[in-house]
Design a protein around this ligand. Structure first.
Ligand SMILES: [Ca+2]
Ligand SMILES: [Ca+2]
Length: 261
């Protein structure tokens, strides 16, 4: 009868090619986690202080939690922390680690000393109201943008710390081809009637990549048309699950399964 064999040489070639073409872009290579009360975003953890503090006290409060006061560094990070704050209080006002205490009008943000600080001001801000607004906050009423405020005003604060990240082992895939009892690759036998979709393909790697990305795909056929074009058929079953439909064809057809190494 037939058996399914994974060929080392083929596998190595395919694995290298497949990794080069990013077969699994949705699988993160790094997984990060945070202590309780902290929310992970990328490789950092965020939380709001439960109590309100003046700007200087907020810095200390964040340190007491094992982090430091946060200053968003990109539109994406700003969006993340604004959404986090809105969930706690739809009218939130929260301290962030930017100030112009030293030189009026020259803003500095923690961790952004190397470049222009990331500042997105609300309409009409910073206005240095009454000449005494040297600490930045983020506020819902300014459409999730920044406002210069009195450093003595008491708000919750955003704290940030590094997340604990581990690199997940990459999961290269290889393709197992059906062989006869002598180990010869079968090229006129395929799994029939389990076709989810089909398209013209360049070969095993392209077809296998498509199968790996299709949630329902369990195996694939590559059949050749009379014009010599290769058709990739993605199947929602495998030869072992429906052996009756694993049938001889009167055309070139190679059956394959995507397997984790
Ligand atoms: Ca100021
Ligand atoms: Ca202001």
């Amino acid at each position: 009868m037939y058996s399914l064999k994974c060929f080392a040489v083929l596998a190595i070639t395919y694995v290298i090619t497949v990794l080069g073409s990013h077969i699994c872009p949705s699988e993160p290579a790094v997984k990060c986690s945070c202590p309780p009360q902290w929310q992970v975003w990328q490789n950092r953890c965020y939380r709001l202080t439960p109590s309100k503090h003046s700007w200087d006290d907020a810095k200390e409060a964040c340190q007491d939690f094992g982090g430091k006061m946060a200053a968003p560094r990109s539109p994406e990070e700003l969006k993340f922390i604004a959404e986090m704050a809105r969930k706690v209080d739809s009218q939130y006002r929260v301290c962030i680690a930017c100030n112009d205490k030293e030189v009026e009008g020259t803003w500095e943000c923690d961790d952004q000393e190397e470049a222009e600080p990331f500042l997105v001001w609300g309409d009409g801000q910073p206005n240095s109201w009454r000449g005494n607004q040297d600490c930045a906050k983020l506020a819902a009423r300014f459409n999730d943008r920044m406002d210069d405020a009195q450093c003595e005003s008491r708000w919750r604060a955003f704290c940030v710390r590094q997340a604990a990240c581990t690199h997940l082992p990459t999961q290269p895939r290889r393709y197992c081809l059906s062989t006869d009892t002598h180990g010869r690759i079968l090229n006129s036998i395929c799994l029939l009637d389990h076709n989810i979709r089909e398209f013209i393909t360049e070969g095993v790697v392209t077809c296998g990549s498509a199968c790996a990305k299709e949630p329902e795909c369990r195996s694939f056929n590559i059949k050749k048309t009379v014009e010599g074009k290769k058709i990739c058929q993605l199947n929602n079953s495998t030869s072992s699950e429906d052996n009756d439909k694993f049938q001889k064809t009167d055309y070139f057809c190679m059956y394959s399964e995507v397997c984790l190494v």
